[in-house]
Design a protein around this ligand. Structure first.
Ligand SMILES: *Cc1c(COP(=O)(O)O)cnc(C)c1O
Length: 365
């Protein structure tokens, strides 16, 4: 048996440990997971009701084209229905884009560091990965433009960027699109856009009207709190959406996911309240980090990338012992951990744990 040469060396995705694992291993009563940028407030009650209402239809295949949900999302954003596509998470849309557009030897440009799924899926297609270092934790659009060649097929921009949380502005994206060749697809991954309060953040839909080579990716996994159901979407030019549809599995999103997403997109009160509470959490955490002497990148999503003044693996382990799971091990940022903004009492617990750790490290050194 000989796997494809592009697959042989790929690592298997290692999920972070679950709260249950950590409780058992460390003998803790309570563990708070602030590692995967999940919504600490769960999901809309209306979404939960919609899931229950599907319970008697498990024997029937879902609507492969997600017609009702497509119509609702198109109306919500004032775009045409043929501009919208759904995936099993926006992860699957990333996969489908690579599948549809990348041949062996094609080039694809992304930041270093950014969301790993762009590289992962492009490598499987045999594409050449061109990584452009972030500048101060932010996409360096000028350097990305300079990296474009006549083999470039897809450019990935993660905004806010995971893991740094930084954003690029509407004007910066517009100036970039003006200079990118029209045959290059630009993917604007906006998984956290609903959290952003900065008014300079791009209006992707006005840019879409001007640039048919732009596609925005969104997800129901983050602010909508439906990560378990696996549903995300892309909005772009109808030609691009049609191409992605050509490689899409016939029934790639479930009835439960479609029903919950439809209810959630209409529950703007739930989304708004999560956004407000997240912004308060960011303000609280950043003020406390300042007091601790920790510097962090400007946080625009529901997570903060903070320099904790010691190797991140060490801080990760010390926090685990106190019942907090965070994200460490970012190659270019050896002292940074990524922390998801939690509920107020979770954030306060995290800060208390960090204060204790800083004290303990002082005493022993
Ligand atoms: C979480 C995340 C996604 C996608 O998540 P899905 O659950 O697959 O929708 C996409 N991009 C970024 C940057 C993310 O952080």
């Amino acid at each position: 048996m000989q796997p494809k040469s592009t697959v042989v060396h790929l690592p298997v995705y290692q999920p972070g440990k679950s709260a249950e694992d950590i409780k058992r291993e460390y003998g803790l009563d309570s563990v708070v997971k602030l590692a995967s940028n999940e919504n600490p407030y769960g999901s809309s009650e209306k979404a939960k009701q919609a899931i229950l209402a599907e319970m008697n239809n498990t024997n029937i295949y879902p609507d492969g084209a997600a017609v009702s949900l497509t119509r609702a999302v198109a109306e919500h954003f004032n775009v045409d229905a043929n501009q919208v596509i759904f995936g099993a998470g926006s992860d699957e849309i990333i996969l489908m884009l690579c599948r549809a557009y990348l041949l062996q030897g094609d080039e694809t440009i992304m930041a270093d560091q950014t969301f790993p799924q762009y590289k992962h899926n492009a490598v499987i297609e045999g594409a050449v990965i061109v990584e452009v270092p972030l500048k101060d934790g932010t996409h360096d659009l000028d350097a990305m433009l300079k990296a474009v060649t006549d083999r470039t097929k897809i450019i990935w921009i993660c905004n806010p960027n995971n893991p740094t949380g930084t954003i690029i502005s509407h004007d910066e994206v517009a100036a970039f699109m003006e200079r990118v060749p029209a045959n290059v697809i630009v993917v604007l991954d906006e998984a956290y856009c609903e959290y952003v309060t900065d008014e300079a953040f791009p209006d992707a839909f006005s840019l879409l009207k001007q640039y048919p080579n732009l596609i925005t990716l969104r997800t129901f996994s983050k602010i909508h709190g439906l990560a378990a159901l696996r549903i995300g979407y892309g909005i772009g030019h109808s030609d691009v959406i049609r191409t992605i549809n050509q490689v899409r599995e016939p029934f790639n999103t479930t009835r439960f996911a479609q029903a919950a997403a439809l209810a959630s997109i209409q529950d703007t009160a739930f989304i708004d309240s999560c956004k407000v509470k997240n912004a308060q959490g960011i303000r609280y955490l950043q003020a406390e980090f300042d007091r601790l002497g920790f510097t962090s990148f400007p946080a625009h999503g529901n997570f903060i990338m903070v320099d904790c003044g010691m190797p991140s693996a060490q801080m990760f382990e010390l926090l685990l012992h106190k019942g907090f799971i965070t994200r460490a091990g970012h190659r270019l940022y050896p002292n940074h951990i990524r922390i998801t903004v939690g509920r107020p009492e979770q954030n306060e617990g995290l800060i208390a744990a960090l204060k204790q750790i800083v004290q303990e490290v002082k005493v022993t050194s």
